[in-house]
Design a protein around this ligand. Sequence first.
Ligand code: PMP
Length: 389
Amino acid sequence: MPDEVYLDYQSAKPVDPRVIEAMLPYFGERFGNAASLHAVGDRATATLDASRARLAAFIGADDPDEVVFTSGATESNNLALIGYANRNRRSGGHVVISEVDHISILNIGKYLEKADFRVGKVPPDQFGRISPAKLRSRITDDTILVSVGWASNEIGTIQPIAEIAEMLKGTGVALHVDAVAAEGQLSIDMRAVPIDLLTLSSNDIYGPPGLGALYIRKGVKLSPIAVGGGQERGLRSGTEPLPLIVGMSEAADIAAAEMRTEVPRITALRDRLIEAVLSTIPDSHLNGHPSERLPNNAHFRFEGIEGESLLLSMRDEGIAVSTGSACSSKTLEPSHTLISCGLLHEEAHGSLEFTFGRFSKDSDIDRVMAVLPGIVLRLRRMSPLYKTD
Ligand code: PMP
């Protein structure tokens, strides 16, 4: 559809054309394997080192060696939690995660339980925030690792990561943060915040899909979760995909350079949509935190109707939105995040997520507001769940 409106940037982002441009030579004339001992290999090594340094600069890491490239955020999360738990098992068998983390973290938690670790889950408040005090109360002498997402990929709530990191500093409990939803939108500085392990994804900063990274603070020890040729300091074997790595570092440079102008622009779009929806559509509510929320996220609940029906009606109008986490939106289960925030099943089902991005514009909101109020009205007329008086 030529004039499709795409407001689902949390699910997938187009690769920035400048990133594609930067990657292209590395598929062809600048190909190479960094492990080779000939000149082509040396050239690949130089490119890999330079790219790693650019990504390290993006997150304020002291040493480029603290960055390990992976196949994506899911793998980074696996390496962080399983790799850390296995390597540090002698120090303890208890891991703490948050109830509002990405499904990959929740499922890694289940995996760790099967591997005889104990996994505690911290519930959020009604806005999806994890309280540092509540988190602290879950930590025991046996706890070795805490994992909290920097921000929710669903409802956009930002966690008090700096406070959590300061609280854990010096306790011997390591902190992993999944920064995928936050990267490119919030300032991430490993010099300022004592995080031990940080998950990044390339596509979430408009880089190529199929690549991620894990920041591992110097001195933090992990076991690899896959074995092979020993690349990436033995932590992530497999020939490094040079074109993707060049792309991610280019994407990081662009994100860093443009955040100062892009974040206020996206925030204004988000606020315009929130204002328009809440003031125009009766019995609509904002999910997530009113102020501590990602610049690009607007997540609503509409009483008496189903998010799926809304999504399909929007789709008919050429507007792409989401009912929640893309990773699980093809299941009929309500979002675990919304349920954890205290919503009833039918309330969670009545929710719709809009996420803005680099190519979003004001006219996208005009298009949404031209059709959404009418769609909600029509679906409510057919809904036995919606009471008019
Ligand atoms: N963490 C968060 C916060 C996410 O939003 C996602 C999905 N984009 C992931 C991890 C997993 O990413 P991927 O599916 O690319 O491995």
